[in-house]
Design a binder for this molecule. Structure first.
Ligand code: ATP
Length: 291
């Protein structure tokens, strides 16, 4: 039987702006996405029929609500494939965290099945399919760094962050993305990111200026409800992070460090309270097929 191992990575947002709403109620955004080297391992194995999902993490659904299941189903239907797949997801990416954990699993399934069954879909075609599953899936296929517009699907590759350490800290609270958007009053946003400036900062590799310019308009919604967000940001800055911000709709907070020792000290302290704390690099690629 055929089988394949993949590594699929998480993302952080270096900025998020919400510009309005589409008629179908999807939010129009402008955001800068950066892949980080925090990954789940996904194994895809051909079976006689059906779709089976397994995971080592109890918070990951194993039924048809899993976005990786939906990815397999979509591609099986598109190509009329009778064979089935068993998908094993070993999680390192915190779940429901604002790190696109589910989306990157779905991206891995699309890329993996395309390879395993030699379907010959191009990256653009895979990204188009991915969009049917979720707005973050196309970026997870592309990887690296990009600016996302529209509902997140219009992607332009940009020069990303290099040579820095990213400290990721996920407090143990559940934040629903839907709740965050519902509580965001688009007319009341007082501070928006200057995306053009941030793109210039990346182009010039001016990490301090970038860190100063980072804004996530969703942050105040989550921060007003959960004190942990501010506490983690404060701690990261105390340890000389160049900047610290919430990723996505939260609750994960990340800090950008140019000093490994400070980053390690911050990690050690935060880990005493927040178990899901990781020190990682940025990553330039997308889904990685192993072997
Ligand atoms: P995003 O940044 O794209 O909004 P997220 O990191 O906030 O995503 P996920 O980790 O994708 O959030 O999880 C959101 C919810 O989706 C979880 O509560 C879980 O029930 C469900 N889910 C479905 N499939 C998966 C999957 N493969 N991995 C993790 N969660 C999944």
């Amino acid at each position: 039987m055929k089988s394949l191992n993949l590594k699929c990575r998480a993302k952080i947002n270096l900025s998020i702006d919400v510009l309005g709403k589409r008629e179908d109620n999807y939010h129009l955004v402008e955001m800068i996405m950066q892949t980080i080297d925090l990954y789940d391992n996904v194994n895809i194995e051909e079976i006689d029929s059906g779709i089976i999902i397994e995971s080592d993490n109890e918070h990951v659904p194993t039924d048809s609500s899993n976005i990786a299941y939906k990815a397999a189903d979509l591609i099986k239907q598109k190509f009329n494939i009778d064979k089935g797949v068993k998908i094993r997801i070993n999680k390192n990416i915190p779940v429901a965290a604002g790190l696109a954990g589910g989306s990157t699993n779905a991206a891995a399934v699309l890329v993996g099945i395309n390879k395993m069954w030699d379907l010959k879909l191009t990256q653009d075609e895979l990204m188009e399919l991915g969009l049917q599953l979720g707005a973050d899936v196309p970026f997870c296929i592309l990887g690296g760094a990009a600016i996302a517009r529209g509902i997140g699907e219009k992607l332009t590759r940009i020069k990303g962050l290099g040579n820095v350490k990213i400290l990721i800290c996920k407090p143990d609270i559940l934040v629903s993305t839907k709740w965050v958007y519902q509580n965001l009053d688009a007319n009341e946003i007082s501070k928006r990111p200057n995306t053009k400036n941030i793109l210039n900062n990346l182009e010039e590799n001016d990490v301090q200026a970038l860190a100063n310019n980072m804004v996530n308009v969703l942050e105040s919604v989550t921060e007003n409800e959960y004190i942990q967000i501010k506490e983690i940001k404060k701690k990261m800055i105390e340890y000389n992070a160049l900047g610290s911000m919430m990723s996505g709709s939260g609750p994960t907070v990340f800090g950008i460090f140019n000093n490994l020792e400070y980053a390690q000290m911050a990690k050690k302290e935060l880990q005493q309270v927040y178990k899901q704390t990781y020190l990682v690099n940025t990553y330039k690629g997308g889904i990685e097929i192993e072997g």
